[in-house]
Design a binder for this molecule. Structure first.
Ligand code: PHE
Length: 357
């Protein structure tokens, strides 16, 4: 029995993989294994012999079985060790250099504007960039013969020959989102609608695609005074200064009555743009009290409700705040420009933690 034990314990500890180990197990304690066969011989023994051999064989079987399972887990540990070694990774190594991305000033400013108006209780609404003629014009009190349609240098979508429906347009402003928001949310309402708009125009201060944010506040007691307060509050917060002067100029938009364009005091000193000082004025937005016809188009009763609206040029105020002289460079995708004017990707602008840091 000692020979058997030595032989199998040696075989077990020599087994280098699970298959060999299984082989040894079958040969020792399998149905026809050497130890199992010995156990069958117990029957032929005298009771006295059996008294000694029986427990000894059982103990041997137990010992072999536990040696096998110990070897099995040792093999598994070794395999895991091997795998860990081959998959080892030095996390302290410097990362591979990659082109560093930054947040585009337009995205940054959109976030800043959203944070400021969110603080004043405005929700964000969005609408499609390819817009129907009705939402972009008619619903905003710009009928088809209206000169404002021509003034806006509209991009029209294609219609098949013979299809006489008015073509869709690339929205020329974010004002159609006013109508969509009124229809979806009803009154009272307080939303801002940031997004891309399109007009066929191109020079140092105009690109065919640019960005606006529309503001809309409707309730039963809204006046021009609320509009002024909101805009002044916004401008102070956005430019992060106490004194920024706004100029409200009487103007005309078909969708507001009365209407005002708003300019901001600034200076252009040696190409450097500064806000809040100097003798220049830069137009940043159009605004006014929502026209009753527009409220009607949005499904809101003008006898009960009134409100203000404004449309602000995001690109304009980005240029002003961050001293970017040429609008066209915004959309050139020049990495050097993006590195210079871009923002760190993990800084989220909030009113309380600082907008631009
Ligand atoms: N939609 C106007 C524009 O693009 C701006 C505007 C919006 C004016 C809302 C008044 C009210 O010029």
């Amino acid at each position: 029995m000692d020979d058997l034990r030595e032989k199998y314990l040696a075989l077990i500890s020599a087994a280098g993989d699970e298959a060999t180990l299984e082989d040894v197990r079958v040969r020792a304690v399998g149905k026809k294994g050497e130890i199992s066969l010995k156990m069958r011989e117990l029957g032929k023994m005298t009771p006295d012999e059996r008294q000694v051999a029986g427990p000894a064989l059982n103990a041997l079987k137990t010992e072999i079985n536990s040696a096998i399972s110990a070897q099995k887990s040792a093999l598994a540990d070794a395999a895991l060790e091997e795998r860990l070694k081959s998959e080892w990774l030095d996390v302290t190594l410097p990362s591979r250099p990659r082109p560093a991305g930054t947040i585009h000033p337009i995205s940054q400013v959109t976030e800043e504007v959203t944070a400021i108006f969110a603080d004043m209780g405005f929700a964000v609404a969005e609408g499609p960039q390819i817009e129907s003629d009705w939402y972009n014009f008619d619903a905003l009190n710009i009928p088809s013969h209206h000169p404002a349609r021509a003034e806006m240098d509209t991009f029209y979508m294609h219609r098949d020959a013979g299809d006489n429906r008015p073509p869709h347009v690339l929205r020329t402003h974010t004002s159609p989102v006013q109508i969509r928001s009124m229809q979806q949310r009803g009154a009272p309402i307080r939303v801002i609608c940031p997004g891309r708009v399109y007009r066929c125009d191109y020079d140092q201060t105009h690109t065919p695609m640019f960005h606006q944010v529309e503001g809309l506040a409707i309730d039963t007691d809204i006046s021009m005074a609320n509009l002024k307060w909101c805009l002044e509050e916004f401008v102070r917060s956005y430019f992060e200064v106490d004194d920024v002067e706004l100029r409200f100029r009487a103007s005309h938009f078909p969708f507001t009555e009365p209407s005002a364009e708003v300019d901001i005091r600034c200076s252009w000193d040696k190409g450097q743009l500064k806000v809040g000082e100097g003798d220049d004025w830069l137009e940043i937005l159009g605004s006014g009290m929502v026209h009753p016809k527009v409220l009607n188009a949005g499904g809101i009763d003008p006898e009960k409700y009134q409100g203000f609206a404004f449309g602000l040029g995001i690109d304009r105020i980005a240029m002003l705040k961050y001293g970017i002289p040429d609008l066209r460079a915004f959309f050139d995708s020049d990495l050097r420009w993006l590195r210079h004017y871009g923002f760190a990707s993990l800084d989220q602008p909030t009113v309380h933690a600082g907008l631009s840091r």
